[in-house]
Design a binder for this molecule. Structure first.
Ligand code: SF4
Ligand code: SF4
Length: 228
């Protein structure tokens, strides 16, 4: 099994702040619904998850400044794509195969998603949980220690067998005394039982906001994490 230390060093040297590796076989669990890395790369062994922090300066003004918020998210995606590409180059130089998963909410995010379920092409959040980076909140966002919900992530799938993290708990314990995201959602898309109306969220952003990102659930949850 290959160490991932040099891959993490490469990633962090290219602006990455969150790093983890998931065993791709975790996507074969019955509980996972959605596209699997095995559907894309049959001999995939590992999923490398990388992320960057979303600057607080673009979240604090919300719901004002949604254009700035959206543009800042996309700028984070640029950093991640560049770092992911370098990781793919490193692995392919060793004779492995590597490919980069589309970032949900990127400029083509929902268009690359399943049109029926409105889910991402392959769940980067699920990969991050498998890697031990965080657990799901009521908001359906993955909550990561030190970052809360305020990050951008992408993933590199590869045939390389890498050292992997241990999966984190499915649900985050911060939600037991908090429903801030449910209360703030302008589209009533979030519910206390953890279910989400993806169509209501999508329609709000693409009809009401003309394609700009909403971010109110992210901001509400991030504010909670600042107070802890
Ligand atoms: S805002 Fe509260 S309930 Fe919603 S995901 Fe964050 S911690 Fe959980
Ligand atoms: S992004 Fe906005 S509309 Fe969508 S779930 Fe969050 S608060 Fe609701």
């Amino acid at each position: 099994m290959r160490s991932s230390g040099d891959i993490e060093a490469l990633a962090r040297g290219n602006g990455v702040e969150i790093f983890g590796v998931a065993d791709a076989s975790g996507f074969l669990d019955e509980g996972y619904q959605g596209k699997r890395p095995q559907d894309i790369m049959p001999d995939v062994r590992s999923v490398i998850v990388i992320g960057v922090r979303v600057p607080r300066g673009c979240m604090e003004p919300l719901p004002k400044g949604r254009a700035e918020y959206t543009n800042t998210l996309l700028a984070g995606t640029v950093v991640l794509r560049s770092a992911a590409y370098r990781i793919a180059q490193m692995l392919e130089a060793e004779g492995e195969a590597a490919s980069i998963i589309p970032v949900e909410g990127s400029e083509f995010g929902y268009w690359y998603a399943d049109r029926e379920t409105l889910k991402a092409d392959m769940s980067t959040k699920y990969a991050a949980r498998l890697a031990g980076l965080g657990s799901y909140g009521v908001s359906n966002l993955l909550l990561i220690p030190g970052f809360g919900p305020a990050y951008r992530m992408t993933a590199v799938i590869t045939t390389a067998e890498l050292e992997c993290g241990r999966p984190a708990d499915m649900l985050h314990d911060s939600c037991s005394d908090c429903l801030s995201c449910v209360e703030v959602c302008p589209a009533d898309a979030l519910h206390a039982d953890g279910s989400i109306d993806r169509k209501a969220c999508r329609d709000y952003m693409f009809t009401e906001l003309g394609g700009l990102r909403c971010g109110l659930c992210v901001k509400a949850c991030w504010e909670n994490f600042q107070r802890r």
